[in-house]
Design a protein around this ligand. Structure first.
Ligand SMILES: *Cc1c(COP(=O)(O)O)cnc(C)c1O
Length: 372
């Protein structure tokens, strides 16, 4: 079955009790037990498991080509739980253009957790090879990356990681499983902030891990989720699953719009550079073409001039909302350095755009007048 079909049908079932076609939301925090003291329907307590979360996890595993999946309260909770599976003394490779929250976890907590890390430009495979240690457990990757839209060769990274007994973890939030399924290229764990495209409507927070196998790592991560408690609420699970149902259609239009916007920006005299994997000028366009079925709705660009010149552009747009986050149906524009705050490594004249479902011509006209 193809992605589009799986996204509609996985985790779906007509409700036995009522015939409801849309799934009911189960808000109960506890579940009845039988005479022998065992859970009568497999559920016990909400932090342990909930029918809406199970439905979502079934769908997530199916659409991302994994054997199993775990849903979390946020993308950060998902990533942190995975890091907490590591034994003392373990080492992780982190990409130089990494979602800043994960870079901050490494910086603020790894020493306390007795973990070590190195920051590597993951597109440089020799540099990755050189940075590997005997204690390296995870090669953490992000493709395309936030906010520089770097693309890394997932199959090559998986090979390097596996040769040294490490796992490849890929943050696939920007691409979504509609466009890229890292497990098909050798990744062992895929991370998504479901707050973004999977939710798709800017109204729900969540995170997910999809595992190549249902193995000891899955069990350990689930154990951590249950005890540390970063579980997704039943209503949020319901919203994310609803978002998945329309993901392929949304991302297809967003990719078309982003391509049109990237082509417009690439020829604009006030734009110094455009970062979009769909442009032939992107340094890893060939890798993106191999790994992705389209290039997604995210792009970033450098405004010629200073931080103030970039901020001035964001103050003149009408259709784009000035806000962080991404993946909703509406277009957002963000001065990334301001959002990342202290410790940001992002260029001060970089603007990041989450392209929505408006008409491409309207979006182009709005950016054109803002760049005048
Ligand atoms: C937003 C985001 C995260 C963190 O997800 P939250 O749901 O905000 O915790 C992780 N990775 C990427 C690429 C993101 O864009």
């Amino acid at each position: 079955m193809r992605f589009e079909t799986k996204a509609i049908h996985s985790g779906a079932a007509i409700d036995d009790a009522t015939g409801a076609v849309a799934p009911p939301i189960h808000l109960s925090t506890t579940f009845a037990r039988n005479d022998h003291g065992e859970p009568s329907h497999g559920y016990s307590y909400v932090r342990d498991g909930n029918p809406n979360v199970t439905q979502l996890e079934t769908a997530l595993a199916a659409i991302d080509s994994g054997e199993s999946a775990l849903a979390f309260a946020s993308g950060m909770a998902a990533g942190a739980a995975l890091m907490q599976t590591l034994p003392r003394g373990a080492h992780i490779l982190i990409p130089d253009d990494c979602y800043y929250g994960f870079r901050e976890i490494a910086h603020d907590f790894f020493e306390r957790w007795d973990l070590a890390y190195d920051v590597v430009a993951m597109e440089d495979l020799d540099a990755v090879q050189r940075a590997m240690r005997d204690t390296t457990k995870f090669v953490w990757s992000e493709s395309p990356s936030n906010p520089r839209m770097k693309v890394v060769d997932l199959a090559a990274l998986a090979e390097i990681a596996h040769a040294r007994g490490a796992l490849l973890v890929t943050d696939g939030t920007f691409a979504t499983p509609a466009l890229q399924r890292p497990i098909e290229f050798g990744a062992d764990v895929v991370l998504h902030s479901t707050t973004k495209y999977l939710g798709g409507h800017t109204d729900v927070q969540g995170g997910a891990l999809i595992f190549r196998k249902r193995d000891a790592l899955f069990d350990e991560t689930r154990h951590i989720r249950k005890l540390i408690g970063g579980v997704l609420s039943p209503f949020n699970a319901w919203l994310v699953l609803r978002g998945i149902r329309t993901l392929s259609a949304r991302v297809r239009v967003q990719s078309e719009n982003a391509m049109a916007l990237a082509r417009f920006l690439a020829t604009h005299p006030r734009v110094e550079a455009v970062f979009y994997p769909g442009l032939e000028t992107h340094p890893r366009h060939d890798v993106a073409k191999r790994q992705m079925s389209a290039f997604g709705g995210m792009l970033s660009f450098l405004v010629r001039g200073t931080r103030a010149d970039a901020l001035a552009v964001t103050s003149k747009v009408h259709l784009f909302t000035r806000a962080t986050s991404l993946g909703g149906f509406e277009s957002l524009i963000e001065h990334r350095e301001s959002s990342e705050g202290a410790g940001s490594t992002t260029a001060p004249n970089l603007l990041r755009v989450s392209v929505g479902l408006e008409h491409a011509e309207d979006l182009i006209a709005d950016l054109a007048q803002a760049l005048e």
